[in-house]
Design a protein around this ligand. Sequence first.
Ligand code: PLP
Length: 395
Amino acid sequence: MATDANASPANAYIPYSCQTIEDEDVAAVVGALKSPFLTQGPEIPAFERAFAELHDIAHCIAVSNATAGLHIACLALGLGPGDRAWTVPNSFVASANCIRYCGAEADFVDIDPISRTMSVAALAEKLAAAESSGELPKIVIPVDFAGMPSDMPAIRTLADRYGFKIVEDASHAVGASLDGNMVGSAWADITVFSFHAVKIVTTAEGGLCATDDAGLAQRMRLLASHGITRDRDLMEEPVPGDWYYEQVLLGYNYRMTDLQAALGRSQLARLPSMQARRESLVNRYNRLLADMPLKLPSARPNAVSAHHLYVVEIDPAGTSATRASLFARLREAGIGVNVHYIPIHLQPYYQRLGFKPGDYPAAEAYYANAVSLPLYPRLSEESQDRVARELAVAL
Ligand SMILES: *Cc1c(COP(=O)(O)O)cnc(C)c1O
């Protein structure tokens, strides 16, 4: 949404998220537009290098969106029919759909109500049961909800014990860190980021797969581009001339464009300042809302959140307002609240696969009371005060 709260009258619509596009971003895209390369030019490797450096990861593969990235991450790890993979119900549907794209069985691990990310206790319990029944997952996909890293050290310990791979869905968590390690650099086999317009930095649509494993990186590169290679080391037939390329596996057209990468690299340069602004707005919300009947987001010790979302949960013990009444009241007042997320297992598609209400009580209880408040770098303090005032009235 294009509304700029800084430049708007007092009653202007405040979106829940809004990209930050500066003149330098426009110049970067125009530069790429005027270059000989619109699609596969020098901006993509430059963006991948910048991202790899920032996140301290060896290999980065820019892709068309994070959904595509999750798909090829699962494929690169060999997920297929007869396999199982687990994620959390409290996420965007793409976190589970990638499992289904591979023809594998999707299942869920409930969330921890404090961090709102995968419950390590629930994961450990489910793994123990799955081991006895011979139904261990090949992949587990924790989601760094709202920008807060999942409990990756504990999930890595379980991965080593039970032999599953970790694909970390860090769509919300560009720039986040845990125990001094940038997201993606320490515990997961593959980490996937999103650059959709509502996320931390944007390429309009876009995503990226990151790994320290050269073999996985090579496989994901092939999968993102039709399974085609021009690398002679990967070819199976004699090379008849310089025109020659080979398709060595069945891949997709999941490539990012040079225009998008130029935007991404320009955005990435401002990540620290955008991050600092999000953090200061979050601290301000924490103060403004402290005395309201709301459960506020909590921080994980030793973590730096990317602060993608600011989600409050209504405390039913402290108010007769419901999520529905609060949501309607704020929308009427021109405040673009949202809900992240309707539990994935309750979507009709997943209910048809056998999931039902009651399966994941923590994710369902969270969902019943959750509201995402506006949070983006250009949100003004005046607008934030208005959100707090309207909240106080609605509660
Ligand atoms: C946005 C999002 C995705 C999908 O990202 P796209 O780039 O839009 O495909 C996947 N997982 C989570 C948790 C997301 O928030």
